[in-house]
Ligand binder design. Structure first.
Ligand code: SIN
Length: 282
């Protein structure tokens, strides 16, 4: 009988996140997978360094968690790997005048992946192929912590509300291909979700905010909605609720897209950053 080497889980020391050591994601047996899944639920984001994944390996590992969604429609349509519509390319690289990926080299603001859809992915796995030495760090924010951090009056109010998640703009601030932009969130394309959700696996309450831009609290006048959202967002994205990751090529980061938001720093557009991402459904 083959014995499975123990996976080490090292918490980041921040409000969320853990690094997993002692794994090759190309060959994960059932016992190791259970340990990875448990760590991912417990820490909400897991980092695994020094991996050597082909696109097929990334898809195979991601499929252990659930079925895969296709790449989202971004400013330049769907940017995916040829033959693998499940692998979304996040990159600033332009080849022969064509962007190979989306989001460019600018900041990507806080967001939840694809929350403008009725059934967003439960998880995203982002694998670093090429990264700049400086810039392009990705930050993660716990939405469990955000719920806990809300002042009592805001909690009572938030628990009764649904929020419109806008589908017009992506996190880079670009208009998604095929959308006619509007800055009225009441009529913009998107989906209403409860502002406070209970995580289906952990049973813990968390905020579900999506993106700030073009968000709207159903039933409220825009001014009132904006004032309330500003207060909630300020509490929800406090530095104490976040973890910052500085990438190395070969890093795989997997986050729970239900209870985590993420954002990315800008980086020098003259450098190359190439990341492949999968979106995993429940
Ligand atoms: C994303 O998945 O939103 C991109 C994050 C990043 O580029 O680090």
């Amino acid at each position: 009988m083959r014995s499975t080497p123990a996976i080490e889980v090292i918490p980041t020391g921040a409000a969320l996140g853990g690094e997993l050591r002692g794994i090759d994601l190309r060959s994960v047996d059932d016992e190791s997978f259970r340990a990875i899944y448990r760590a991912w639920l417990d820490h909400a984001v897991v980092l695994v360094r020094d991996q050597h994944l082909s696109d097929t390996d990334l898809i195979a590992f991601s499929r252990r968690f659930g079925t895969l969604d296709h790449a989202p429609i971004q400013e330049n349509g769907r940017r995916f790997v040829d033959g693998h519509p499940e692998i979304y390319v996040v990159s600033n690289v332009v080849e022969n005048g064509v962007a190979i990926g989306s989001l460019g080299a600018g900041e990507a603001v806080w967001h939840t992946d694809m929350s403008y859809l009725p059934d967003p992915p439960k998880a995203s796995a982002l694998y670093a192929l090429e990264v700049p030495t400086h810039g392009g760090d990705t930050y993660f924010c716990t939405m469990y912590g955000a719920w806990n951090a809300l002042p009592e009056d805001l909690r009572a109010r938030a628990a009764t509300l649904r929020v419109k998640h806008d589908g017009t703009y992506n996190s880079g601030g670009y208009v998604r291909a095929g959308i006619t932009p509007t800055d009225d969130p009441r009529t913009a394309p998107g989906t209403l979700h409860p502002l406070v959700c209970v995580h289906p696996e952990s049973g813990r309450p968390h905020l579900y905010l999506g993106r700030r831009r073009n968000a709207w609290l159903e039933g409220l006048a825009l001014d009132e909605s904006n004032a309330l959202l500003d207060r909630i967002w300020e509490a929800a994205t406090a530095d104490s609720l976040t973890w910052r990751h500085h990438w190395r090529a070969g890093d795989l980061v997997l986050w729970d897209n239900r209870c985590v938001m993420h954002r990315r720093d800008a980086f020098d557009p003259g450098t190359r950053r190439v990341m492949h991402r999968t979106q995993i459904k429940g």
